[in-house]
Design a protein around this ligand. Structure first.
Ligand code: G1P
Length: 279
């Protein structure tokens, strides 16, 4: 039932300048694969086959990446290099890509709101922030785990993880009651609180399952932290009126929006790759 995944990808990626001056941050590669492709593969594993991307000016490389490059295909036809395009061809065979632009940077809530033309108002949908790169070497991917949880609770689900107290100011933070192991009924959510005012150290990371009534919630939300429309504030309203679940996922998350996290992810995937080749 959750077939569509939204990828907000309009941000400037200023932390990676000058690399992101003319290139979308979502196209930065971990080894040979761009960040957004990892996200698309995670969404496919979770059962999605429509990838809805919120882009902006200067993001054409994303659209081109998920399309055929005739010249390139022609050039490498029959060579060993063809194999390197296997994964991306598989994605293009199985998925449909849709795009719309966020013209002004008005926050994640606004970006998701813009996605309503792509995901519609009938069904729940997933959201992946591609610079949060998530893996679970021991089982189901993070989004798949969340889809399973959605089927149990039938409400919005956010991914969460414990972070050190001095880092909570970088995240949306939840307050809630644990109703089963690693599953919290959210009672409050705060976007990037001061470290000493955070309601907990459970940070939201970039994976969400949202029910379409979130669009009304966003419409009624006022700009919050940094003058931007925050999805955290809309979800907080949703939690107060109905139900929102926060899920402490199984797996690892790399903050590829920061240089440190990006390098950490690169090293992790490089080691994985080397070990695979040894076997
Ligand atoms: C966004 C969200 C925040 C969340 C974070 C996860 O913030 O607004 O609630 O914790 O993603 O990465 P951003 O990192 O885009 O500033």
């Amino acid at each position: 039932m959750i077939k569509k995944c939204l990828f907000p990808a309009a941000g400037y990626g200023t932390r990676f300048l000058p690399a992101t001056k003319a290139m979308p941050k979502e196209m930065l590669p971990i080894l040979t694969k761009p960040l957004i492709q990892y996200g698309v593969e995670e969404a496919m594993e979770a059962g999605c086959d429509v990838m809805a991307v919120i882009t902006g000016r200067g993001k054409r490389a994303i659209t081109d990446h998920f399309d055929i490059s005739y010249e390139l295909e022609h050039q490498i036809k029959g060579s060993a290099k063809e194999e390197l395009l296997g994964d991306i061809r598989n994605i293009m065979d199985k998925c449909t890509f849709t795009y719309t632009r966020q013209n002004e940077m008005r926050g994640l809530g606004d970006a998701i709101y813009k996605g309503n033309v792509l995901v519609g108002f009938q069904n729940p949908f997933a959201v992946i922030l591609a610079d949060d790169l998530c893996v679970n070497p021991d089982g189901d991917g993070i989004l798949k785990q969340m889809v399973d949880l959605y089927h149990k609770y039938k409400c919005c689900v956010v991914a969460t993880m414990e972070v050190p107290n001095e880092e909570v100011h970088k995240y949306g933070v939840i307050e809630g009651k644990e109703i089963e192991e690693g599953v919290y009924m959210v009672s409050n959510m705060v976007e990037k609180p001061d470290n000493d005012k955070a309601p907990s150290n459970l940070a939201v990371i970039g994976r969400y399952i949202l029910t379409p009534d979130i669009f009304d919630m966003i419409k009624n939300t006022k700009p919050g932290k940094n003058g931007e429309l925050q999805i955290t504030d809309a979800l907080c309203e949703q939690a107060k009126k109905g139900m929102v679940i926060a899920y402490k996922f199984k797996g690892k998350r790399f903050d590829c929006g920061s240089v440190d996290g990006f390098v950490e992810a690169t090293n992790y995937f490089y080691d994985q790759e080397k070990n695979k080749n040894k076997k």
